[in-house]
Write a new protein. Structure first.
Length: 347
């Protein structure tokens, strides 16, 4: 990759020669302006207002426009005499946790490459120190005629630098938040949580620019045969005020169906005079399981009682049979005694 800036990282008394390389690139499709009537190319020419003639780049300088419209010429020599210690140096001023950096400040990203063999050792030292400390380095550097703020962090085995906006370049969000008081119900939050859980996580590498692909396909179709890709119908429901609960339920259902899961979502019925929060699916499932378990226990208890009754009945029947048998035996013995004649004593 071609470097856009050469300099050094100043890390205390350690100096690390580096090259600055763009870490990102734009993939958007660019267009040229043409004259609609005949297709002629529209070009911008730099014209001097006083002489009303076009001038070349070598004749163009810089100027600062004052509040009253006065132009104050500024030369490269004027800028070169300014004290700018970061003109060729990325000066590290602090190490802080990454959580202290507001994402609103993050700007363009660059890769820092070690410039030459002698730079490999101090470059690796700084990289490993950043890894072990789990912090990022805050630095000042100059690029394209102005001093900027930067954040150095480790990406794989490379030190990357993000340009940061200065704190006073971040605007306060005054008047941006809704000005009307809004109350969010627990049931709505439950559905929002369910939708977030259903959508889950995503591999960022799997995301792509659908619009750019559509534009490229349209251009290819025009090149091949002048065929225009039919316009996609507008999506319904965008920008309309709808029932929030119904929209959340439909969103959860659609997300589940997209993932191949069951799309049924318990609906929340609004009662007059009060709000009825939706019971979470987990609680409903637990209640159903508890009912089934209770029913099984009741059935088992009934079965045990029946078995006990049968056993008791069998024991009672056995006792009665034994009693009858004993009674018959006693009666038989008594009858036998009566039937036997007594012997007479001799005189």
């Amino acid at each position: 990759m071609r470097s856009i800036w050469n300099g050094a990282i100043s890390f205390g008394l350690v100096s690390i020669p580096i090259k600055l390389v763009n870490a990102t690139e734009s993939r958007s499709v660019s267009f040229r302006q043409i004259h609609s009537a005949d297709g002629g190319r529209i070009r911008y020419r730099k014209v001097c207002e006083l002489e009303e003639k076009e001038v070349g780049a070598a004749e163009i300088g810089k100027a600062y426009e004052d509040a009253d419209g006065t132009l104050i010429p500024i030369t490269d020599e004027d800028l070169a005499t300014l004290p700018l210690p970061t003109a060729k140096t990325i000066e590290i001023v602090a190490f802080v946790p990454a959580s202290e950096i507001d994402p609103l400040q993050i700007d363009t990203a660059y890769y820092l490459s070690a410039n030459g063999v002698p730079a490999a050792k101090p470059y690796t030292l700084l990289r490993e120190a950043l890894k072990r400390s789990q912090k990022v380095a805050i630095a000042k550097f100059a690029l394209r005629g102005r001093e900027r703020l930067g954040m150095l962090r480790v990406v794989d085995d490379v030190i990357a630098m993000h340009g940061l906006l200065w704190p006073d370049e971040i605007r306060e969000p005054e008047g941006v938040a809704p000005q009307t008081e809004v109350t969010v119900r627990e049931a709505e939050l439950d559905l929002a949580d369910a939708l977030m859980a259903t959508l889950g996580e995503v591999e960022l590498d799997s995301l792509h620019d659908d619009y750019r692909e559509a534009v490229e396909e349209m251009i290819a179709a025009k090149v091949e045969g002048g065929v225009t890709v039919p316009e996609a119908p507008p999506e319904e429901g965008r920008g309309k005020v709808i029932d929030l609960m119904a929209a959340l339920e439909s969103s959860v259902r659609a997300a589940k169906e997209a993932r191949g899961e069951e799309g049924d979502v318990a609906k929340v019925t609004q009662l007059k005079g009060r709000s009825a929060p939706k019971a979470p699916e987990a609680k409903k499932s637990t209640a159903t399981t508890a009912k089934k378990t209770a029913a099984k226990k009741t059935a088992a208890t009934k079965s045990t009682a029946k078995t006990a009754k049968k056993t008791a009945a069998k024991k009672t029947a056995g006792a009665k049979t034994a009693a009858k048998s004993t009674a018959k035996s006693t009666t038989a013995k008594s009858t036998a005694k009566k039937a036997t004649p007594r012997k007479r004593r001799s005189a």
